[in-house]
Design a protein around this ligand. Structure first.
Ligand code: FES
Length: 191
């Protein structure tokens, strides 16, 4: 999760007057990556938007909930959210594009998030990640042609002691090596 989105979450928690042990409307979706997303449909999206529209700072909880359900933020979500929150389409588009956590395209069947922050960099996280991307023939944020795996960058998972670290479908993995990642790719491609 990016620093920017953490800051936004902090402000949302303040606005919602939440206790430390209470998850905010967005936090209930964080760190979760479903491996079976449902296909985009406007009716379900409207239900999700309506269920979150009355929260303070509703845009982020809505976007997290939509991504949790569909795996990405469909272009058609922009006008639906804008209408529900009385925002311009440009404002909603600006929020979606500002936070790298929100995908604009469908994810693969599995999602691997590799930490790109300092502690992981210093333990060869960059080298391991570049080797993986080169082997898969994709760039950051892309999905393998067979649709099995999306690889995304994140900035500190709170697992610095086990650097370099990653999340695979929401499960933490520490002390990454090329062998560990080869196992992840094999598992992702398994039928
Ligand atoms: S820097 Fe990678 S988990 Fe903290």
């Amino acid at each position: 999760m990016s620093v920017a989105i953490l800051a936004a979450e902090f402000l949302t928690r303040m606005a919602q007057n939440l206790q430390p042990d209470q998850p905010s409307a967005s936090e209930q979706y964080l760190g979760e990556d479903m491996t079976t997303y449902i296909q985009w449909n406007n009716d379900r999206a409207r239900e999700i938007i309506a269920a979150h529209a009355l929260f303070d700072g509703a845009a982020l909880p809505i976007l997290h909930a939509l991504q949790f359900e569909f795996g990405f933020i469909h272009e058609e979500a922009i006008p639906l959210i804008a209408d529900a929150l009385n925002l311009s389409r440009a404002e909603v588009h600006g929020i979606v594009t500002f936070y790298h956590d929100f995908r604009r395209d469908p994810a693969g069947r599995h999602v691997l998030k590799l930490c790109r922050a300092e502690a992981c960099q210093s333990m060869n996280g960059t080298g391991v990640a570049q080797d993986l991307l080169a082997t898969l023939g994709i760039s950051w944020g892309e999905t393998t042609p067979d649709g099995s795996l999306t690889v995304e960058g994140v900035y500190c998972l709170g697992l610095c002691a086990c650097a370099p670290s990653a999340l695979y479908d929401g499960e933490p993995i520490g002390r990454l090596t090329l062998d560990t990642l080869a196992d992840v790719v094999r598992e992702a491609r398994a039928p």
